[in-house]
Write a protein that binds this ligand. Structure first.
Ligand code: ZN
Ligand code: ZN
Length: 115
């Protein structure tokens, strides 16, 4: 089974967390989320490398953002990184501060570290 971890930052407190994803057909299912220390994440290489393409779908077992409980996320149109998302219209990227209107897309490209 193909599995990976993507790094997301919380829109509320700008702290990172890891989300575990696994491949199912053409889609990626989000199955778990866990609090993560930014320095450890950098050291373990979570911020790196491979581009994952496809639809990202949250499963029932996915607990949501460990910081605020948001079950969705969005990719920033400016820096391309991922921030948790609670469904509001306006979003602020937790990585670069870019504010924008949410655009829902079926296909995303996100960066994940090897896991
Ligand atoms: Zn959050
Ligand atoms: Zn950004």
């Amino acid at each position: 089974m193909e599995a990976n971890v993507i790094m997301i930052k919380c829109q509320k407190n700008r702290r990172p967390f890891g989300a575990r994803i696994q491949k199912e057909g053409r889609d990626w299912l989000l199955t778990w989320a866990f609090d993560i220390d930014e320095r450890i994440a950098a050291k373990e290489g979570f911020e790196s490398q491979s581009t994952l393409k496809g639809s990202f779908i949250t499963t029932d077992e996915y607990p949501g953002c460990p910081h605020c409980g948001a079950r969705s996320f969005f990719t920033c149109g400016k820096c391309g990184k991922i921030t948790c998302w609670d469904g509001s219209d306006t979003t602020t990227c937790a990585w670069c501060g870019h504010t924008g209107k949410i655009q829902l897309v079926d296909e995303l490209e996100v960066k994940g570290g090897g896991f």
